[in-house]
Design a binder for this molecule. Structure first.
Ligand SMILES: Cc1cc2nc3c(=O)[nH]c(=O)nc-3n(C[C@H](O)[C@H](O)[C@H](O)COP(=O)(O)OP(=O)(O)OC[C@H]3O[C@@H](n4cnc5c(N)ncnc54)[C@H](O)[C@@H]3O)c2cc1C
Length: 264
């Protein structure tokens, strides 16, 4: 690991100020992705600005049909939340399927979405449930937030403070995990919401995407049978030692059918 200067921020404003002052600073959330990268000398931030002491970034509130999750809320806390389980059971399930207990006890929703790993689970929830990402500067519609592999709409120095999930009529999450890392080879969130049916796919491509053919078919008839004739194009899907593009394409269809069958 290269040397760096450590700062413990007491507020979002002071974290933003320290980030702006530092030459090449990085925010530290759960450290599950950032620290291994630094240990492997693949990243060399001049400063680490630790968000862990900022109480205002932690916690879950459910009110007026919206589940709001603070950026520094751990995956384990989302998975264990009775309020989330009641309002959006698919979201609690998704959080409980992330990695292993060590990862769930340190990793945060803010860190996960800011990192935008193509195999991460939360992007499927943010896009599939039509969530809003709240930052220290603005609100960003979930589907505008993830812009490419490991890329987001966040500006330099912008800090995610929370994610707001509207409670859907019903939703289910299917995940085919990598047996070693537990990351999603493919994950599919299917939701029937007040704004229509949404199907978001993670793991299959370089970035989370909505499957519009499935959305149309499920809007006409919300049943696994409605997906009978639908295929997923393998072009542009991830193709690696874990799964070929064709295999992932098939998993998208299988996963969507299983998710629909769970809630139809
Ligand atoms: C073995 C292993 C298995 C895993 N399996 C899965 C899995 O199955 N599914 C899954 O989804 N994920 C998985 N992960 C990733 C895990 O969910 C991490 O929690 C996540 O990638 C990063 O979150 P973090 O809080 O640790 O962020 P960090 O590592 O601290 O930060 C990640 C990046 O986000 C930035 N950042 C952090 N917080 C903010 C913020 N509030 N605003 C703006 N930028 C911010 C940081 O500066 C950094 O660039 C796994 C990780 C490991 C090590």
């Amino acid at each position: 690991m290269y040397n760096f200067t450590y700062h413990r921020a007491g507020s979002v404003d002071s974290a933003a100020a320290k980030l702006a002052e530092s030459g090449d600073g990085k925010l530290l959330a759960g450290g599950m992705t950032l620290l291994p990268t630094m240990k492997a000398r693949l990243a060399q931030p001049s400063d680490l600005i630790d968000l862990n002491e900022i109480e205002g970034l932690k916690g879950i509130t459910v009110s007026g049909g919206t589940v709001t999750i603070g950026a520094m809320t751990r995956h384990a806390d989302v998975a264990a939340s009775a309020e989330v389980a009641q309002a959006i059971p698919a979201l609690a399930k998704l959080a409980g399927l992330i990695g292993d207990p060590a990862v769930r006890n340190r990793g945060t929703i803010g860190g996960s979405i800011s990192n935008n790993d193509p195999s991460a689970d939360y992007p499927a929830a943010v896009v599939g449930l039509g969530a809003t990402v709240v930052t220290n500067k603005r609100e960003i519609a979930g589907e505008d937030f993830f812009t490419g592999m490991f890329e987001t709409a966040l500006d330099e120095g912008e800090i995610v403070t929370a994610v707001r999930f509207p409670v859907p009529e019903k939703a289910a999450y299917f995940k085919f995990p990598n047996p070693a890392s537990r990351y999603a080879v493919v994950g599919v969130m299917v939701a029937s919401t007040s704004g229509g049916v949404r199907v978001a796919v993670t793991g299959a491509a370089p970035c989370v995407f909505r499957q519009s053919d499935m959305e149309k078919a499920l809007s006409a008839s919300f049943s696994a049978d409605a997906l009978a004739g639908i295929t997923q194009d393998a072009d542009g899907l991830n193709d690696d030692l874990h799964a070929s593009a064709a295999y992932r394409a098939n998993l998208v269809v299988v996963g969507a059918k299983r998710a629909v069958a769970e809630i139809a």
